[in-house]
Design a protein around this ligand. Structure first.
Ligand SMILES: [Zn+2]
Length: 289
């Protein structure tokens, strides 16, 4: 029996649970680090500006979902919610090229969005279809289990009720998040990608690049794991910056050699920014300001 938590605010004691299962499912309406006051609004805007200048082709215009996209390569940038979810699952722990190829091969094997066929197929057939994407056994199990749960809960292989845009059927971001993470194998990052790229909501997905850069920038405590970092940042970063910052930080994380490795001489606009800020603080300190 799946439990969907109420979208109403929960107390911080709930979000601070230490168990791994809870940590995976933790999506907070209160930061797990309530006393950590970064990033400020100004800090987030500043980094958005710096990255916009460094990567002008990214993040400026929000791309609405279309059926012409491969959901695994685009973090779920398609209109069908179940297809978006499967795409994001396929994209976990692999390159865009491999996950795109796994999605193409899944479509070829079962028919695009033929979720009934995927759900009822022998596990080995699904594993074979997505083997280009890595972790095929785990991902096949996750996908088949989610499809079965969706059918049990809603009577059909569809989550399009999450895409309703008009009142009174339109759901809150938090209610959508809670429904998505109620499915086994769907964590807050996967759910956040579906919110951001499929449903057009403002949600701050923290993947491996965003996580690394957030630590570099001092936006999350050193001890923060990726899930808690997302819970913190989703609350600290203003809605209008979430899409742009996510896309820009992903792009920077993928392309910049200067902050990928320690000890490199390669230039990095974020490292230069941090250096400048440290110098300004030092000089203010020397002047007794
Ligand atoms: Zn960099």
């Amino acid at each position: 029996m799946k439990r969907i938590r109420s979208p109403s605010p929960v107390t911080s004691s709930k979000t601070a649970s230490n168990s791994q299962h809870q940590a995976k499912k933790t999506h907070a309406v209160e930061s797990p680090f309530p006393n950590f006051a970064h990033p400020t609004l100004a800090e987030a805007y500043e980094v958005h500006q710096i990255l916009s200048r460094a990567h002008p082709a990214h993040g400026a215009v929000r791309r609405p979902p279309t059926t012409s996209r491969n959901s695994a390569q685009t973090c779920g940038n398609v209109p069908n919610v179940v297809e978006a979810l499967i795409g994001v699952i396929l994209s976990q722990n692999t390159s865009g090229r491999n996950s795109a190829s796994a999605k193409t091969s899944l479509d070829a094997a079962f028919g695009r969005n033929n979720f009934a066929a995927i759900a009822s197929a022998p596990r080995a057939d699904v594993v074979e279809a997505i083997r280009h994407g890595g972790l095929a056994n785990k991902k096949a199990a996750t996908i088949q289990n989610i499809l079965t749960s969706i059918k049990e809960k809603h009577g059909e292989y569809s989550l399009q009720h999450l895409a309703e845009t008009d009142a009174p059927k339109r759901m809150s971001d938090e209610a959508i998040m809670q429904e998505l993470i109620s499915y086994d194998g769907v964590g807050p990052k996967t759910a956040s990608c579906v919110l951001l790229f499929c449903l057009g909501r403002d949600s701050f997905a923290v993947d491996t690049h965003v996580y690394r850069l957030s630590k570099l920038l001092g936006w999350v405590p050193e001890k923060a794991d990726r899930v808690r970092a997302q819970a913190h940042l989703d609350l600290r970063i203003s809605a209008e910056l979430k899409y742009g910052l996510h896309v820009l930080m992903m792009q920077h994380g993928r392309s910049c050699k200067g902050c990928k490795k320690t000890g490199t001489e390669a230039a990095c606009v974020l490292k230069a920014h941090l250096q400048e800020r440290r110098c300004a603080q030092d000089s203010a300190g020397r002047q007794g300001l």
